[in-house]
Design a protein around this ligand. Sequence first.
Ligand code: PSU
Ligand code: MN
Length: 305
Amino acid sequence: MNDMIHLSPSVAEALQFGRAVVALESTIITHGMPWPKNLDMAREVEAIIREEGAEPATIAVIDGKLHVGLTDAQLETLAQTKGALKLSRADLAYAVAAGRTGSTTVAATMIAARLAGIEVFATGGIGGVHKGAETSFDISADLDELSQTRVIVVSAGAKAILDLKKTFEVLETKGVPVIGYGVDELPAFWSRRSGIATPIRMDSADEIAEFQRVRERLDIHGGMLIANPLPEELEIDSATIGGWIDAALADADAKGVTGKATTPFLLQKIFELSEGKSLATNIDLVRSNARLAARVAVGLAKRPT
Ligand code: PSU
Ligand code: MN
């Protein structure tokens, strides 16, 4: 085990005995959702993973230590930490070197999960190509990470605040398999439909686990993205959410919000415009992704490498 990684006792034990483990990110806690709903979500998601027979491992840097698996007290403190850094590949090591506290994005969570030997990770939606990226060049480091780090990321696709067509084009270019779970059309985070055809469709967690093992045997590096749509009764229809997204984007533009602040700003703005509906749905989809990720992890544990 890499000596930079601090495993919680329960995660260490699960890994030692080859039991199923699911990594969880923490940017969604510190920058993606407001207190105290963020803590409720973090606890609930861990409970769902345990219910499915896997061990949850929430990842964050606390006072310069890269933790894989947090205690409930650490989770509660992090959920209330105002100045936590939002860490990606570029600054994960900086937070450790400088003794800072920061939450991990999809990219940084993948790096830590890989070092710890965790093969599956559940989140809400990955970062991707922002609208207007042709002038701003704002493309999330999550996409590059997926192309190089062998972790399965279970999501509801990419966040609908992004240019989804461009995001999935980049993933294809980088050789990242995108799997639509039980659907022929990729989901769009808060809603089930994006208008983009699913590149590879799979209908069970076991199929995903088997696919991953074959990729390993073919020595294909990099991760893969599972796009898991919300159940129909929980989605927000595209026209409704689209209106809020456009209004939030216009506000970000007017206020000159750029870089790392963009995604948290847009999520907060959509939360306000939707009077909390976007957050409730975001929590629903993370729960659903956690359940699927746990089932994939259980499938992988049955097929040791
Ligand atoms: N999923 C959510 N909420 C979030 C995120 C994902 O439901 O807040 C976070 C993830 O950590 C992802 C990040 O990596 O947003 C993307 O940030 P950026 O667009 O700056 O790369
Ligand atoms: Mn960005």
